[in-house]
Design a binder for this molecule. Sequence first.
Ligand code: ADE
Length: 232
Amino acid sequence: MTLRFDILTLFPAMVNAVLSQSIPRIAAEQGAVEYHLHNFRDFAEGVHQAVDDRPYGGGAGMVLKPEPIFKCIRHVLTEGPMPHMVMLSPQGRRFTQRVAEELAAKPRILMLCGRYEGFDERIRLGWQWDEISIGDYVLSGGELAALAVTDAVVRLLPGVLGDEASADEESFGKGLEGRLLEYPHYTRPVEFEGMRVPEVLQSGHHGEIAKWRLEQARKRTKERRPDLLDGE
Ligand code: ADE
């Protein structure tokens, strides 16, 4: 099954710069995912193809006009089955690994990236949106948020990370009995600038290694993110 993303953005080159690299690229090459980028400026009228205008009621900043976005969405909707509609905005529900898992189960996702002060409210009213925020800070646009969401989702799709690397074992995944941060990792050399790889990891004793990793993950989580343990 291929997950189709339709990403509506005024900066397709910015989005493509990320999706054409590393894991998002591999996911597409494997056929696990397809990216379709749409610039809603292409649907704007007039010589200037304006996508924004001054806010009714006054105030600083510009607002994204409804017409180009409505036209663009209506065009994109003709290209396949009804997508899950995601609007990136600081007003959305908080993006987490659980939300990434939810989205990874969809066949098609449309993502709308805003710019300027925000969307004309009628865009919100036009469709049933899953409004998503990647954190309590304000970005200059939705693109970086859409890319964070896309990256977190595509790496969950079957086969994308390969056999050994399991997304489940990483921080916030389901591995290690739930919501723990990662345990410390080591590779060669066994000693670097006086710092040694813990003996247990060199022992080859799988039971002891698993126990050590779980202890370390719990300790790290307790120290850095005690909020993640609240549900335990
Ligand atoms: N657009 C601007 N800031 C954002 C955020 N924090 N999350 C999602 N979309 C955004």
